[in-house]
Design a protein around this ligand. Structure first.
Ligand SMILES: [Zn+2]
Ligand SMILES: [Zn+2]
Length: 96
């Protein structure tokens, strides 16, 4: 079964729900149709949206994150281009 290609699900909050619900999450894998209510996710292992590492989902993550991710990727909210720009500025400062 293609649905079992990945061991852990990678969760995204369901947006634009017809009834405005914010407590539903779905797996982002294109082959996976897994969907789940947030109350079943507390304490479960999942795959980080950003780094792909396994982590444990907490209530706090379920409230705050649109894409569930691990603690190492807390700064993941920033778009990558912004991070690169910061990096570049630092390096320029070292050179000049
Ligand atoms: Zn899945
Ligand atoms: Zn991560």
């Amino acid at each position: 079964m293609k649905d079992n290609l990945h061991k852990l699900h990678k969760y995204q909050r369901v947006r634009n729900h017809p009834k405005g619900r914010r407590d539903l999450f779905m797996c982002m894998d294109p082959h996976c149709k897994h969907r789940i209510n947030a109350i079943w996710l507390d304490g479960r292992a999942a795959e980080c949206y950003y780094c792909g590492e396994e982590f444990i989902i907490t209530k706090k993550k379920l409230q705050k994150q649109g894409y569930l991710h691990c603690d190492n990727c807390r700064r993941g909210g920033k778009p990558p281009s912004l991070l690169n720009l910061e990096d570049l500025t630092n390096r320029l400062g070292e050179i000049l």
